[in-house]
Design a protein around this ligand. Structure first.
Ligand code: FES
Length: 141
């Protein structure tokens, strides 16, 4: 191998290494890894006595938020905390007794049905059960 070929080979290898070093992280960023999301079907959302009537709590249900509402009538209700419009997190508005999505003023009643605003479908409702000191929320099957 003469000197010219050696320099061509060296520069070509350097160029190829640089291109790979730039492309690999870009491709890894664009193409997400296929990671199975843990399926959560049941969770302890709160402790008994943690909520008083007409209040709520946002809890984590797997990787998504859920909302647990202690209604003014003393009932516990739980829903997905994700608005069905553009996935903002909903809150409970005690003044009106409705679930509010603050992003575009979407409103749901305490059954999760759309009252007003842009949400196209009701909130997913969950089962609520008290087990000892725990308030257990589970997905409906
Ligand atoms: S994201 Fe909830 S109303 Fe638009």
């Amino acid at each position: 191998m003469n000197r010219r070929k050696f320099i061509d080979f060296f520069l070509g290898g350097s160029l190829a290494g640089t291109i790979i070093a730039l492309l690999y992280p870009t491709i890894r960023y664009i193409l997400p890894t296929k990671q199975a999301e843990a399926v959560v079907k049941k969770i302890t959302a709160a402790k008994v006595g943690e909520l008083v009537p007409n209040t709520y709590k946002i809890f984590k249900f797997g990787t998504s938020p859920g909302i647990l509402i202690f209604t003014p009538d003393g009932e516990l209700r739980a829903f997905s905390g994700i608005c069905t419009h553009l996935t903002c997190t909903v809150i409970y508005e005690s003044d009106t007794g409705t679930i509010l999505c603050p992003c575009h003023n979407g409103r749901f009643d305490l059954s999760g049905n759309v009252v007003s605003g842009p949400p196209p479908t009701p909130l997913e409702s969950y089962n609520v059960k008290i087990s000892g000191e725990d308030i257990i929320v589970s997905k409906k099957s």
